[in-house]
Design a protein around this ligand. Structure first.
Ligand code: ADP
Ligand code: MG
Length: 644
């Protein structure tokens, strides 16, 4: 397959909050700290009830120090290094405030409240750490570790060597049931291979001499010899792993927005908190104890932890799940975007059709032979990546025709190909692309869904080649499936002739067809669709689709058959080269957006409810913390649901 490069990482000066969570404070350390803090609280409770009052304060003090150490460190670092207010710090301030108030009012329960706050915060910190770690682990797991050792054939001897020592050109021997260690091509043997770790498709694929195999897939019953074609560190699966890992360090726009909001919001909370700690005794006649206590609870419950945790766990889980099903989202933002799509444009050749094109007829003009026409066309098409070109070359080779070397070859995407063969200027392409008028009408009736290309040499038409293409079997239910998911608008874009396009569209139930398009026309149609529907996806495979793939909100390419340019440009890749994963990919995106929406609603309503309970009801500090941390944990866990 092809180069997949990840887009450049986010260069923001501030570590995003999410990344801080990922760099998770060692989970076991915070779990143990929380455990000790809990024991100390219990001990404090006993000493209080046994009346050993001298021990009460030292024990609680120790609980504060041990439970609050990590958060204080983290909060102060953020304050000093990033000059940002951090929720950790707000929590510590609230706890110390409670302790201070307790000492001032000589109220032991207030000091305990502060310690409970610290305990709950420490526990939920540890739990969140474990939850995020689980996402990471899941991502890694599904990329099932590729083997460390491989059997290399060297001077007709087998030698086990470390995979990272393997070089391009080495021959690797694979026994039945072994996991394939490198990307390569089969040069001897035959077998079936399970490529599920890459394509999500667990039905084994037959592999014979000449076929490509990928690291991370599982060999079946045959013995295979491979020639290594890609350095082990840039095998397809390694590149996929890197993309997914990169996605964790990138902050998608929605998360950036929430974090920007959080920074402002945190400052507002501090200002409002201070006002709430000072004003009420003067205007509302509250006593100082109630006032300060409520201001402290306000600090805790108003902080937007749950809001910040609403997005990333969802996107990372969704991406991990996608990768397991052979859907590669190049970043988290793509998952959100694909879930919003209202209209989809499909390329025809190679996307809705298999691209497995066959030559059905070669019709020479008067004075030329079939073989001459085919050989000349194939000489040029040897340089083409287009499925039509490949079909013509294959047909010529099947007839054992000798192909001349073509020079100065230029591919005109969506039109044809042009170059020099044996000193003559030769053109192969659609009728409109020819430099001269046609000698006869398009041969086979286009009602049969065939494509015709013409061959001209020095302004003389030599003849035409007619080719058939088969509609992908899984394309038949696609339109219905997509409509079921609320994608009402489906169009087909093709460079092929209108009649051919209409016929394919009719068979697939696509109502809107744009034919005879050049690459820039495809882009124009996408723009028009965007004006109408805002969120538009383009599915394509060719060089001629690349501009449209880049323009669309979501560019989708099919792994396996797509050209490198298309795979490079696309944001989402269906690795199995099957369209039937598309509805799943979209469903996953819709689910992610729904979950993010629910999370944000949940986070905001918890903040609202707790604020009301604080000022109108009788909320105490531990209850406030439980509500606040509980909601944060709830949104994190709800994000992890997308792993399933
Ligand atoms: P689609 O948009 O359906 O993928 P293309 O835009 O790739 O189709 O091609 C449109 C038309 O241009 C083809 O039907 C064919 O007539 C002509 N064409 C494109 N590339 C070639 C080529 N390499 N050789 C011959 N004809 C070509
Ligand atoms: Mg195409």
């Amino acid at each position: 397959m092809t180069q997949l490069t990840a887009s450049s990482p986010n260069t923001s000066r501030h570590r995003s909050n999410w990344q801080k969570n990922l760099a998770v404070i060692p989970k076991w350390r915070s779990a143990i700290a929380a455990g000790i803090c809990a024991l100390l609280l219990l001990l404090g409770w006993f000493t209080h009830h046994l009346g050993i009052t001298v021990l009460e304060l030292p024990i609680l003090g120790l609980a504060y120090v041990i439970g609050g150490y990590e958060s204080t460190k983290e909060g102060l670092t953020t304050l000093i290094v990033d000059q940002e207010l951090d929720v950790d710090l707000l929590m510590i301030v609230a706890a110390l405030g409670a302790a201070g108030l307790g000492i001032w009012q000589q109220d032991y329960t207030l000091i305990v409240d502060g310690a409970v706050l610290i305990l709950i915060f420490a526990i939920s910190g540890a739990l969140e750490g474990f939850a995020t770690q689980r996402t990471e682990k899941n991502i890694r797991d599904l990329m099932a570790a590729t083997p460390d050792m491989a059997r290399v054939i060297c001077d007709s001897e087998e030698k086990a060597i470390a995979v990272n020592q393997i070089q391009v050109g080495n021959l690797v021997l694979l026994k039945p049931g072994e996991m394939i260690p490198v990307d390569g091509r089969v040069i001897a043997g035959q077998s079936t291979v399970n490529q599920a770790s890459i394509t999500g498709e667990s039905v084994p694929v037959d592999k014979v001499v000449g076929d490509e195999v990928f690291a991370g897939s599982l060999n079946g019953n045959g013995v295979l010899t491979l020639r290594v074609e890609t350095p082990p560190e840039s095998s397809l699966i390694q590149r996929v792993i890197r993309l997914v890992e990169q996605a964790q360090t990138e902050t998608p726009p929605s998360q950036q927005f929430v974090e920007r909001f959080e920074r402002i919001y945190a400052r507002v909370i501090v200002v409002v908190g201070i006002l709430l700690a000072i004003l009420p005794p003067f205007c509302l006649g509250w006593d100082w104890r109630t006032t300060i206590y409520r201001a402290l609870i306000f600090l805790v419950v108003a902080s937007p932890c749950a809001l910040v945790a609403s997005i990333m766990p969802v996107l990372l889980s969704g991406m991990a799940n996608g990768a397991r099903h052979g859907i590669l989202y190049k970043n988290g933002a793509q998952l959100e975007a694909i879930g919003r799509v209202k209209a989809i444009a499909f390329d025809k050749t190679g996307t809705l059709t298999t691209g497995d094109i066959k030559v059905v007829n070669v019709l020479p003009a008067a004075g030329y032979t079939t073989d001459e026409v085919l050989a000349l066309a194939a000489a040029l098409e040897n340089c083409s990546e287009h499925p039509i070109g490949e079909a013509i070359v294959k047909a010529a080779k099947e007839k054992n025709l000798t192909l001349e070397l073509a020079t100065q070859v230029q591919v005109k995407a969506g039109q044809g190909i042009i170059g020099q063969v044996a000193g003559n200027k030769v053109v192969v392409g659609k009728a409109e692309f020819l430099p001269c008028p046609l000698p006869y009408k398009t041969p086979i009736s286009v009602r049969e869904g065939c494509t015709t290309v013409w061959i001209a040499q020095e302004n003389q038409v030599l003849g035409s080649i007619t080719l058939t293409d088969t509609i992908r079997p899984e394309a038949k239910d696609l339109v219905a499936n997509l409509q079921q998911q609320g994608i009402e608008h489906i169009v087909m874009l093709t460079g092929d002739a209108q009649e051919v396009a209409d016929r394919v569209a009719q068979e697939l139930g696509i109502k809107e067809v744009y034919a005879e398009l050049l690459p820039e026309d495809k882009l124009r149609v996408i723009r028009k669709l965007q004006e109408q529907y805002n969120h538009v996806a383009m599915v394509g495979d060719g060089i001629n689709d690349a501009p449209a793939l880049a323009m669309a909100d979501v560019g989708i390419a099919l792994g396996g058959t797509s050209t490198d340019v298309a795979l490079e440009t696309a944001d989402t890749i269906l690795m199995a080269n099957k369209l039937d994963k598309l509805p799943h990919a979209i469903r996953q995106g819709q689910r992610a957006n729904r979950t993010i929406g629910q999370n944000i609603a949940l986070a905001l309503s918890f903040i609202g409810l707790l604020l009301v309970a604080n000022f109108l009801g009788n909320l105490n500090l531990p209850e406030g913390v439980i509500g606040h941390e509980g909601s944060t944990l709830m949104v994190t866990l709800s994000g992890l649901r997308l792993l399933k």
